[in-house]
Design a protein around this ligand. Structure first.
Ligand code: XMP
Length: 523
């Protein structure tokens, strides 16, 4: 394991992802992690991340400097370099000029970190403070035209760079990180999907024993991969619940069931609660209220179903008991590593973390315990694991779809008729985007139904019907997004098919807003 101590830079997760791309396991810990939490992981090397502060700020994030005395290889990045220099007796000063953006760095003394790299490196800088005096035993390894850019002490295997090798703008960044991880730390490249599956399935088997588990399927990648892993461990002692909330896409309720049962072999209880969701949503136009209603109804429906399933097993005496004689069952969640990092980050827990889901309606003495088989993985790793598990592409490559479904794409009132109109328009968008070979290249592409009606003409008839907006965006993680310039030919086909085939829409417009300032969904 390579341990990354997070001093709060926005790029910290990227360091972990880069290292894992070399098939080496890496973990992000907040910089405040106690020394024994770090050593408990048996690290073979430490990376000190960047951070927004100056080492002289009163509220600068602090790490236990003893991490520098463990005798392990250390790579300091940006703030991590200043932290290292400061604590090893060097001198850091605020520079008069802030370096930000692309820069060229010259390697002045080659070492293991720069092995195989050119003398001139293209790098991405973002820092105010600079190291001016070196700690004892360190050499200057690289410079920009006006400042020191890298220091190293090969004897103690301590290296530091002022720039950010983890971002794509740093051209030789990946090679540099690879040198650190594989050559300097001597890591073995054994963090592979097959290895992950084997150890995870084993762990779940031990954890769950003879117990039962339930899992809510969303139709998306994360919950499906989580369920398949758990099913691989405990077979049909896992029951999946899939709820039709009335705002799924066209044919999705049937398709997801077929996929999950036939292609993935999961035991699925499908609950069609569309009527009750749509009833609750009737007359509501406020976006937040729509979201709250869907969240609340989902929990109610899921809880009822889970309680029914578990009571059945209780009746047959199939439920496990804990040491205190409480009956227990397991709840599978598809939590990913970014959420885990977020919740322990030095920046403080984020407000969007999914809260522990308590199933109501269960007998008093029954406890639900959480299994989160994906909590060590990034999204791209989930897909790799899914592929290794033999899961089909149409499950793994599905574009993200929001929990509140089409409800956040129907601006204004949600009625069964308007849901059907949007389902039909959306189906055409997805079909045409797939046909053009663009589906996997685009983060999300979909239709939005507006409450705006306008006049049109069809044949000899005047029409007065709704407007539909097309949205297509590129994104890495949904946090920011760029609108995609879809080829005019594709837009033309989508537009003419929607107006001709979807009753209720007579005008199609294209959304050319990026995020920020827009959001991806309209509500
Ligand atoms: P926004 O609209 O905030 O969306 O730019 C960012 C990403 O998150 C998805 N999204 C959701 N996903 N539950 C989800 O599981 C939700 O309530 C939800 N709202 C938005 C959205 O599709 C996009 O990928």
């Amino acid at each position: 394991t390579v341990v990354i101590l997070d001093f709060g830079a926005q790029y910290t997760q990227l360091i972990a992802r880069r290292i894992r791309e070399f098939n080496v396991f890496s973990v992000v810990l907040p910089c405040t992690a106690p020394l024994d939490a770090i050593t408990a992981l048996n690290p073979i090397g430490i990376v000190l991340s960047g951070g927004p502060s100056s080492v002289y700020d009163a509220d600068a994030p602090k790490a236990d400097a003893a991490v520098l005395d463990l005798g392990l290889p250390v790579l300091g990045i940006c703030y991590g370099m200043q932290f290292m220099a400061h604590h090893l007796g060097g001198k850091v000063v605020p520079s008069d000029k802030r370096e930000y953006g692309d820069a060229v760095v010259e390697v002045v003394q080659t070492n293991k970190l720069f092995a195989g790299l050119p003398v001139e490196l293209q790098v991405w800088m973002s820092h105010g403070d600079s190291v001016v005096d070196l700690p004892t035993g360190f050499n200057i390894a690289a410079k920009t035209h006006n400042a020191l850019a890298s220091i190293a002490n090969e004897a103690t295997r301590m290296y530091a760079v002022q720039w950010h090798p983890e971002v794509a703008h740093s051209k030789q960044g990946t090679a540099l990180l690879k040198n650190f991880v594989l050559n300097i730390c001597g890591a073995q490249a054994n963090w592979t999907p097959a290895h992950f599956i084997e150890t995870t399935v084993d762990a779940i088997r031990k954890q769950v024993g003879t117990g039962h588990a339930i899992c809510a399927l969303s139709g998306g990648v994360d919950s499906a991969v989580a369920a398949v892993l758990v099913a691989k461990a405990i077979g049909d002692r896992l029951t999946c619940i899939f709820v039709n909330n009335g705002v799924l896409r066209k044919n999705e309720f049937a398709q997801v069931q077929a996929n999950m049962r036939e292609k993935l072999g999961l035991k699925v209880v499908a609950v069609d609660a569309s009527k009750r969701f749509l009833q609750q949503l009737g007359g509501i136009t406020d976006p937040e209220t729509k979201r709250k209603i869907i969240g609340r109804e989902f929990i109610t429906v899921f809880d009822d179903e889970a309680a029914r399933i578990l009571k059945e097993q209780e009746k047959h005496g199939e439920l496990q008991q804990d040491a205190k004689g409480n009956e227990i069952a397991w709840l599978v969640q598809g939590t990913l590593y970014p959420d885990v990092i977020e919740s322990s980050s030095v920046k403080g827990p984020s407000q969007t973390i999914k809260s522990h889901h308590n199933v109501g309606g269960l007998p008093e003495n029954m406890k639900l315990k959480l299994i989160e088989p994906l909590r060590d993985l990034f999204k791209d790793e989930v897909r790799r694991v899914g592929r290794d598990l033999g899961m089909p592409d149409d499950v793994l490559d599905r574009q993200p779809f929001p929990g509140p479904g089409l409800a956040v794409r129907i601006v204004g009132e949600i009625t069964p008729e308007r849901v059907e109109i949007l389902q039909n328009a959306d189906d055409i968008v997805v079909f045409e985007i797939k046909k053009a070979g663009l589906y996997k290249k685009i983060w999300q592409s979909f239709a939005v139904l507006l409450p705006v009606k306008s006049v049109g003409v069809m044949g000899d008839q005047r029409t007065y019907a709704y407007t539909c907006a097309i949205r297509a965006v590129h994104s890495e993680d949904g946090m920011t997004a760029d609108w995609v310039p879809l080829p005019y030919e594709v837009l033309k086909t989508i537009s003419s098919r929607i107006v001709n085939e979807v009753r209720g829409i007579n005008r199609v417009v294209y959304d050319i807003t990026s995020k920020p300032p827009g959001t991806i969904e309209w509500e």
